[in-house]
Design a protein around this ligand. Structure first.
Ligand SMILES: Cc1cc2nc3c(=O)[nH]c(=O)nc-3n(C[C@H](O)[C@H](O)[C@H](O)COP(=O)(O)OP(=O)(O)OC[C@H]3O[C@@H](n4cnc5c(N)ncnc54)[C@H](O)[C@@H]3O)c2cc1C
Length: 413
């Protein structure tokens, strides 16, 4: 008989990586991985990129095969959402009525797409799951004009993918510069410019008032009085954490499961959360934060596995945040905290883009960097932020890197 059981609810990157990390830590107990979706666990970022483009298959983005689950001695319960948690009984109830008892519980239920305020007519899509991506891809085959509502990362990536598939694309967002939320207005403009140069019609600073029709005949009313005709509509207006099923559990839930710096649910020593559903005490930002980034889920999985397997050597989650996005031939990577109005741009922005934007914190240290197509700058930035390097010193270091790169190119030509 195993000495303890860890139940993980949510079988995507956060849940799967927690299970794998538990075994790497030498956790000897039973592990049960519960997933709402019927298919094998898969990775989400490719859904708006290579899966939508038709360049990857589901097999290529599978996170865990049945064989790998067997090797790790994991019990997989797929196709059954958890519907209730009893902290008193230490069990989780599944939709089919079965109860799964735990000693330790990891909540990894992620987030779902914020629902469309205009209903779900045939031809209107969100992208969060493989089923969503498949449904959208089917409609893209008969789409000339795609309208995307929401100019955040997922909307922008979908626009890039659709343009490369040969569609006419209009991107609508009520913010004048949607990416300003993440990287400040001036840098956000660079991203608008990127899409415009590729032919995307951007309608920013206008809201959507109505969506009528269905696939092939949508009419989208905008707040400036104009109407867009579209064959297909994608709504990418954010995500909401899957925490509703915990309502009666007594856990502190407030736009995510509220956790301490160890990713442990407040007041519950044996319950943890990872990934998009986890609101943790973020000492670097100061305050309680929920991050919707792939790398954060992976790093929290390692932290939580350690804290379950070796409770005497608890690990804190104090990440240097990292998120990437692929749009056309731009690989955009953000490390640390970007977005303040003070910043320095280093590198080549226009033609063959390869640049970095550096942002300081209020003490003059490097707070964050947005990097486009410049992996070496990213590695340098990561280290510098972790070490608390001065902003000016880091900018000078990057500047020197561009000079030495230019010299090398000159010397070799
Ligand atoms: C289209 C798309 C593109 C993205 N691109 C990027 C990117 O380029 N870079 C980046 O950093 N991040 C990206 N992200 C974000 C990243 O994928 C998420 O941060 C990451 O998937 C979070 O992992 P998670 O395991 O916490 O949650 P999720 O991936 O949301 O998985 C949660 C899982 O739990 C299951 N579940 C939910 N409720 C229950 C329940 N009650 N019982 C059992 N199971 C349940 C769900 O079915 C789901 O499979 C993207 C996300 C999407 C949707």
């Amino acid at each position: 008989m195993p000495e303890s059981t860890t139940v993980i609810v949510g079988a995507s990157i956060g849940g799967v990586r927690t299970a794998q990390a538990l075994r790497s830590e030498g956790y000897p107990g039973a592990i049960v991985l519960i997933g709402a979706e019927g298919e094998l666990p898969y990775d989400k970022p490719p859904l708006s990129k290579s899966i939508l483009a038709g360049d990857s298959t589901m097999a290529e983005i599978t996170l865990l095969t049945t064989e790998q689950a067997r090797e790790l001695d994991l019990e997989l319960r797929l196709g059954q959402p958890a519907i209730r948690l009893s902290t008193a009984n230490r069990d989780v109830e599944l939709a089919d009525g079965t109860r799964v008892a735990f000693d330790n519980l990891v909540l990894a239920t992620g987030a779902r797409a914020r629902p469309s305020p205009w209903g779900t007519p045939n031809g209107l899509h969100v992208i969060r799951t493989a089923a969503d991506a498949r449904a959208l891809r089917r409609h893209l085959g008969t789409t000339d004009h795609l309208v995307i509502i929401g100019g955040g990362f997922i909307g922008a990536e979908t626009a890039a993918t659709a343009v490369e598939l040969g569609m006419r694309v209009t991107l609508v967002d009520p913010e004048p510069v949607p990416m300003a939320r993440v990287m400040g207005a001036e840098i956000g403009e660079l991203f608008i410019d990127l899409h415009r140069r590729r032919g995307v019609d951007t309608r920013f600073g206008v809201g959507v008032e109505s969506v009528h029709g269905e696939h092939g005949s949508f009419a989208i009313g905008l707040s400036d009085g104009s109407t867009l005709a579209a064959d297909t509509v994608v709504v990418g207006i954010g995500a909401i954490p899957n925490d509703d099923w915990l309502e009666s559990s007594g856990l502190e839930v407030s736009n995510g499961v509220v956790c301490d710096v160890y990713c442990r649910a407040i007041g519950h020593d044996n319950i943890y959360a990872v990934g998009d559903v986890c609101r943790f005490d973020n000492t670097r930002r100061g305050g309680s934060t929920r991050l919707e980034h792939w790398t954060n889920a992976v790093e929290q999985a390692v932290v939580v596995a350690r804290n379950i397997a070796r409770p005497d050597k608890k690990m804190r989650h104090e990440p240097v945040e990292y998120v990437w996005s692929d749009q056309y031939d731009w690989k955009i990577q953000t490390v640390g905290l970007a977005g303040s109005s003070t910043h320095t741009v280093i590198g080549e922005v226009t033609n063959k883009a390869r640049f970095a934007v550096c942002y300081p914190d209020e003490n003059g240290r490097l707070a964050g960097v947005v990097v486009v197509n410049w992996p070496k700058a990213l590695v340098t930035a990561r280290k510098a932020i972790a070490l608390g390097v001065e902003y000016a010193e880091f900018a000078a270091r990057l500047e020197a890197m561009t000079v030495s790169a230019r010299t090398t190119v000159k010397e070799t030509t």
